[in-house]
Write a protein that binds this ligand. Structure first.
Ligand code: CP
Ligand code: NVA
Length: 300
């Protein structure tokens, strides 16, 4: 049997993703009711973080504990990977001792290399290219609050980055329309856009992209690894800030999401973040529940 990985949303079919979210909602209810659910007793997840994290680290670590297993936090400074041991060798060795690997890194090729050399499932905890785990939480949040997302209209405003790319994959798997509003020169990967067919439309204006949206999503303007571009990006992205005025152009009952961390006064105003339309805290919490469902699916 080949080892199943979760490097992209496209690694799972639409039905598998919907079933995964369905189970996440069930797992969440059990936790809230205090019902123990420990299908991963004795199992171990290795977590390699080559970039910072709050949500991803805490959700995977808590999730493994709650499922009866254990998670090991590995940062390159403290393992031989940081002293030049090849990632291929690291993946072979680590996977021989654990039941799964979660990795957050820069180059997407690196998670593919880890998966190729790992005898156990590998989960992409964010690369420069994709952030599929966040989309599980976002889709769970939408489904909890609004039901099926098929046929809905989503507006992605800001950088054509890893989150935007995963939204494109989500548009394919969950079958919704995605309007992307970004500055010229900051469009998402064109092959990815093409792969989504007619579901994606790109605008160079936030106003146009957000019109009639059922869900408005944004993210930081400078992602991890782009710190040196921060100043320049502040200027280029300024017209793409999500404000109350922009939210008014979307549908009246539109929801607002942001994967966090957020920069108030940059990509979004504090007013929108804390508004009734904003579901960011539920979205963040759902990282825990949706990834527990994913861990069960891959590790059990
Ligand atoms: N949204 C998200 O992945 O957050 P962290 O960077 O804190 O893990
Ligand atoms: N696009 C952001 C997402 C953080 C969760 C980054 O890569 O830094």
């Amino acid at each position: 049997m080949t080892t199943r990985h979760f490097l992209s949303l496209l690694d799972f079919s639409s039905d598998e993703l919907l079933a995964l979210i369905d189970h996440a909602i069930d797992v969440k209810q059990r936790l809230q009711q205090g019902v123990s659910h420990t299908p991963l007793k004795g199992q171990v997840l290795a977590m390699i973080f080559e970039k910072s994290s709050t949500r991803t680290r805490v959700s995977f670590e808590s999730g493994m504990s709650q499922l009866g297993g254990h998670a090991i936090f590995l940062s390159p400074q403290n393992i031989q990977l940081g002293r030049g041991e090849p990632i291929e060798d690291s993946a072979r060795v680590i996977s021989s001792m654990v039941d799964g690997i979660m990795i957050r890194t820069f180059d997407h090729e690196r998670v593919i290399t880890v998966a190729k050399n790992s005898s156990k499932p590998v989960i992409n905890g964010l690369t420069d290219h994709l952030h599929p785990c966040q989309l599980l939480a976002d889709m769970q949040t939408w489904i909890e609050l609004r039901g099926n997302i098929q046929g809905s209209s989503v507006a992605w405003i800001g950088d054509g980055n890893n989150m935007c790319h995963s939204y494109i994959n989500a548009a394919i798997r969950f079958d919704f329309t995605l309007h992307i509003g970004c500055p010229a020169g900051h469009e998402p990967n064109s092959d990815l856009v093409k792969s989504a067919g007619g579901r994606i439309k790109i605008f160079h204006s936030a106003d146009e992209a957000v019109r009639q949206a059922d869900l408005v999503v944004t993210d930081v303007w400078a992602s991890m690894g782009q710190e040196q571009e921060q100043e320049e990006r502040l200027k280029v992205f300024a017209p793409f800030q999500i404000s109350g005025k922009i939210m008014k152009l979307a549908n009246k009952d539109a929801l607002f999401m942001h994967c966090l961390p957020a920069h108030r006064g940059e990509e979004v105003t504090a007013e929108v973040l804390e508004s009734e339309q904003s579901v960011i805290w539920q979205e963040a919490e759902n990282r825990l529940h949706s990834q527990k469902s994913l861990l069960e699916r891959l590790l059990k």
